[in-house]
Design a protein around this ligand. Structure first.
Ligand code: FAD
Length: 302
């Protein structure tokens, strides 16, 4: 069996694997797609000490770093079941069952898409999902935020300090964000809120030049000219496969303590799939290191 088996090969999983392998213990990593979300990221400018990189390049660097060590890398393999017996078992889609004394879950998350024309075509060409990451690219421009929940309204407040104008599009007849956030939003001079707006299409040529929506009250189609669209309708953790085996919160995030431990002894978790409040590369890597050291500590004590 493995001492540490990492499930997920994004920044959190890669970091966990390196930390485990450096303890000289038997380490494996299973990933559906090694690299994770950063494979879909164009430019990265907030991975501190690296002023600028591109997602695929960072993913290649992660893989190179992991392969410096004696780690079993099982790429293009999806885990479908976890079971705690004497050892912890991870069953893969291909039927194989891997056994380990500890497991680190780092299966990440995915942004919920609106699913309208233009969203995929203009991804990284005006369509963005992360205001902390891409906000500065829209300095002085007009952007929309789709979604009026807490994350949408937080994004709009954040962006209003950088861009020229923010238009918030909310499907329902009222914003769903906490009232303190709504008050802050309404106090800003360069924000417009449009309710009852059903996004229909993100338009553009080489990059985004506008957004069309249907006014759900009048049924009429409207178009706003702008250069960026931030989609903020939810981040979904990749944890459904765990079912009831590991405690998850209301939105499906794995509940961890400050050592990355879950409610199941020997099972740890890190990164975007957990209750960690902010989802970023640098934070995922830190939590991967924490979970790995937590797992090592557990092995020493058991
Ligand atoms: P992920 O990167 O999601 O990796 C999860 C891993 O688990 C993947 O290997 C996946 O294939 C695997 N996996 C999932 N389910 C299974 C399963 N059942 N079995 C086996 N493997 C599985 N952050 C920044 O800090 N700066 C940025 O500029 C930035 N830009 C971004 C731009 C975009 C378009 C997106 C989508 C995100 C961006 N982020 C950015 C956020 C950042 O990418 C994430 O916070 C980070 O990748 C999370 O790392 P993670 O390892 O927790 O999860």
């Amino acid at each position: 069996p493995y001492d540490v088996l990492v499930v997920g090969g994004g920044p959190a999983g890669a970091s966990a694997a390196v930390y485990a392998a450096r303890k000289g213990i038997r380490t494996g990593i299973v990933a559906e797609r090694f690299g994770g979300q950063i494979l879909d990221t164009a430019s990265i400018e907030n991975f501190i000490s690296v002023k600028h990189t591109e997602g695929p390049r960072l993913a290649a660097n992660l893989e190179e770093h992991v392969k410096e060590y004696n780690v079993d890398v099982m790429n293009l393999q999806r885990a479908k079941r976890l079971e705690k017996k004497d050892l912890i078992e991870i069953e893969l889609e291909n039927g194989a069952v891997l056994k380990s004394k500890t497991v680190i879950l780092s299966t990440g998350a995915r942004w919920r898409n609106i699913g309208v024309p233009g969203e995929q075509e203009f991804r990284n060409k005006g369509v963005a999902y992360c205001p902390h990451c891409d906000g500065p690219l829209f300095e002085g421009k007009h952007v929309a935020v789709v979604g009026g929940g807490n994350s949408g309204v937080e994004a709009a407040i954040d962006l209003a300090g950088i861009v020229k104008h923010v238009t918030v599009l909310e499907y329902a007849d009222q914003l769903k964000a906490d009232s303190v956030l709504q008050d802050r939003l309404h106090s800003l001079p360069n924000v417009t809120v449009i309710k009852n707006a059903q996004t229909k299409e993100i338009t553009g040529t080489d990059s985004v030049n506008g957004i069309s929506y249907i006014d759900r009250e009048s049924g009429e189609e409207q178009h706003v000219e702008l250069q960026g669209v931030f989609v903020q309708i939810g981040l979904v953790p990749n944890t459904d496969w765990l079912g009831e085996t590991v405690e998850r919160n209301r939105v499906g995030e794995i509940v961890i303590d400050n050592r990355g431990a879950t409610n199941v002894p020997g099972v740890f978790a890190a990164g975007d799939c957990t209750t960690a409040p902010y989802k970023q590369i640098i934070i995922s890597m830190g939590s991967g290191a924490t979970a790995s050291l937590g797992a090592f500590d557990y092995l020493v004590r058991n």
